[in-house]
Design a protein around this ligand. Sequence first.
Ligand code: ARG
Length: 263
Amino acid sequence: MKKIIALALSLLMLTATLAGCGSSGTTLADVKKAGTLTIATSPDFPPFESLGENNAVEGIEIEILNTICERFGVTLTINQMDFDSVIPGINAGKFDLGVSGISVTEERKKNVLFTDPYCLAAQAIVVTAGSPIASKADLTGKTVSVQTGTTAEDFCMKEGYDVKGFAANSDAEAALVTGKVDAWVIDDLTAAEMVKAYNEENGEGSLVILSEAMTTEPYAFALTLGSDDLAAEINKIINEMVSDGSIAAIFEKYDAPYTAPHN
Ligand code: ARG
């Protein structure tokens, strides 16, 4: 009898453990029940997400998310934080979705689940007017600013540059402008947007983007591991928006060149 009870108990525990594993992620039913999709974002990354009037978060990714939320029949709840807190927050299950121009990497796949990508981007080099740096080759031995926790940081570390990391993108830009570093490495479309804004205020050509795409990086949204159901539902919408041209139209609205992913 004791043996049977022990066996029954261990079976019960095994079932509980297995169920526990499966329930670590978020499902579409969870989101619908909550009535809202909760995202984590670092809104210092125009044209993908930035602070507009009244400090409201706006940009390409917010527009994509608005469509997703509309389809799910839920509202969008936005949590703002530094970029290097987004992936850890998703990994810990604190938010449903990481939305931050996040590049898909093998390393990150160990900690979060990615949706299908919706575009391709690349790292770019930004320098000040008259800089002797004209290409990637000239960065050897130079000091470079990046945003902490980004693929720009990874890339520059691997290349062996003298890397200075900043929590906010605007501080990485300021480091270049004030001469604390020789170059600033950042994703191409955000470089274009931030350099345009800077040059409008400080004179055309004050900052220069070198036309050398150094990487190819697919952008996707990140979910807590185990959220396969929610990821599949989001993927249906993303893939539809990629193929029917609605993502391209959103990029056009923001004057950003669009490169479709190879899904
Ligand atoms: N694409 C780069 C990465 O995944 C940079 C993203 C920075 N995003 C932001 N919202 N500041 O690391």
